[in-house]
Design a protein around this ligand. Structure first.
Ligand SMILES: *[C@@H]1O[C@H](CO)[C@@H](O)[C@H](O)[C@H]1NC(C)=O
Ligand SMILES: *[C@@H]1O[C@H](CO)[C@@H](O)[C@H](O)[C@H]1NC(C)=O
Ligand SMILES: *[C@@H]1O[C@H](CO)[C@@H](O)[C@H](O)[C@H]1NC(C)=O
Ligand SMILES: *[C@@H]1O[C@H](CO)[C@@H](O)[C@H](O)[C@H]1NC(C)=O
Ligand SMILES: *[C@@H]1O[C@H](CO)[C@@H](O)[C@H](O)[C@H]1NC(C)=O
Length: 236
């Protein structure tokens, strides 16, 4: 009897551990590959300005985020291996300095560590650290958003605005899938002196491409856009 009890206890415990492991290892459906427009990052930071007062005029990587269709905020901060810079080859590190710079405070490895801890760990079963950063860099290289937009005459401009579909169409034409745009509103302190028409326009901030579970094949993004519906978008 005692033995039965202890083996039941063992099973319960084993199951509990297994359950915890499954929960913390994170499950996801697809990836969001998020690129940002550094001037917008710096524009909306008013308390602590960007370390480089002349932000890059290139879309750069924000992160590669394993994502869940049914629960948009998950997964994040999963259990997994700690970030180690030495797991990235010197060659990869120098590539990432171009594609994935910390445009806000200039501390690239700390930015990579933050993205790995919050997101990368949740897909470690698919991409280990080296693969996670390598694949992200390849994604950045395979579609040059800055150039796609420039080819469609969408270039930074102080007053011109575009519609959501003006910006999405050329990207869609090249990638053959639907991306997602995210915008930010300029801080109030910067818009007071501007004419009303300009003050209300949102700034293009991020372009998201979606990839399948293996991070190999592009798929349509179908989340709600992060830009105000039907509102003019400015790109500065
Ligand atoms: C998505 O999140 C929900 C709620 O946290 C979870 O039950 C489900 O297993 C997740 N699905 C996938 C595929 O990650
Ligand atoms: C954009 O990135 C490319 C590749 O690293 C670089 O050659 C170019 O100078 C960058 N352009 C700007 C405007 O920063
Ligand atoms: C992307 O395109 C921009 C604009 O044409 C160019 O400055 C940049 O060097 C390109 N980046 C890469 C990695 O080729
Ligand atoms: C931009 O246009 C040039 C010239 O037509 C073309 O060679 C290049 O492939 C285009 N770039 C992209 C990213 O579509
Ligand atoms: C997005 O696509 C996935 C996969 O086809 C589907 O499961 C999900 O319900 C879709 N979500 C929305 C909001 O359409």
């Amino acid at each position: 009897m005692g033995m039965l009890k202890s083996s039941v206890a063992f099973l319960v415990l084993a199951f509990a551990f297994f359950f915890c492991y499954v929960m913390s290892s994170g499950s996801y459906d697809y990836f969001q590959f998020v690129q940002q427009w550094p001037p917008t990052n710096c524009r909306v930071r008013i308390k602590r300005p960007c370390s480089n007062p002349r932000p890059l005029q290139n879309f750069t990587i924000h992160g590669l985020w394993p994502s869940n269709y049914s629960n948009p905020t998950m997964p994040s901060n999963c259990a997994g291996s700690e970030f180690k810079e030495r797991k990235l080859s010197p060659k990869l590190r120098s590539k990432l300095k171009r594609s994935w710079p910390d445009v806000e405070s200039g501390n690239d490895p700390r930015f990579w560590e933050g993205e790995w801890s919050k997101h990368g760990k949740c897909s470690e079963q698919t991409l280990n650290q080296m693969q996670y950063f390598q694949r992200s860099h390849e994604m950045w290289q395979s579609f040059n958003i800055t150039e796609i937009l420039r080819n469609a005459s969408i270039v930074p401009h102080p007053t011109q605005t575009w519609t959501y579909s003006d910006i999405v169409s050329p990207i869609k034409a090249v990638t053959q899938t639907t991306p997602l745009l995210r915008c930010k509103f300029p801080p109030k302190s910067q818009t007071k002196s501007q004419p009303k028409s300009q003050a209300t326009s949102q700034l293009l901030h991020e372009v998201v491409l979606c990839y399948d579970y293996d991070a190999l094949r592009l798929i349509d993004c179908n989340r709600t856009a992060g830009c105000g519906n039907q509102q003019a978008i400015s790109f500065q």
